[in-house]
Design a protein around this ligand. Structure first.
Ligand SMILES: [Zn+2]
Length: 117
């Protein structure tokens, strides 16, 4: 997984650089981890924060697992959405349930879901 992680890290860093450039009109000299990290340290941008937390999860070796089912999140998903907390199937369930707690209901009532059809 080491090669993929460095690939994801680059995706995250390039997104940070883009935000720094487009939103804050800053252009870091390079996109090394240290440069970018220093630039974003004092900004309270929620999007930057998400990306920074993703980098920290990588550093701690906690990155890439779904917080619901604990399975590994698909690499293709992480590359397009590096801040993803859920795997594709859990994300799909969440998308279909906008209410809080609906995840539990979906699983709990799935056995009787055909009764209304
Ligand atoms: Zn999952």
């Amino acid at each position: 997984m080491q090669r993929q992680v460095s690939e994801i890290k680059e995706v995250i860093l390039s997104r940070i650089v883009r935000i720094l450039r487009d939103v804050y009109q800053e252009s870091p000299a390079g996109i090394s981890f240290e440069t970018v990290y220093a630039r974003m340290a004092f900004k309270s941008d929620p999007h930057l924060n998400e990306l920074r937390l993703a980098l920290e999860r990588i550093e701690r070796g906690e990155y890439g697992n779904c917080i619901f089912c604990k399975e590994e999140i698909q690499l293709s998903l992480l590359l397009s959405l590096p801040t993803a907390h859920f795997c594709e199937s859990c994300a799909a369930i969440l998308r279909n349930n906008t209410h809080t707690g609906a995840m539990y209901d979906t699983i709990h009532h799935s056995r009787s879901s055909n009764n209304n059809r």
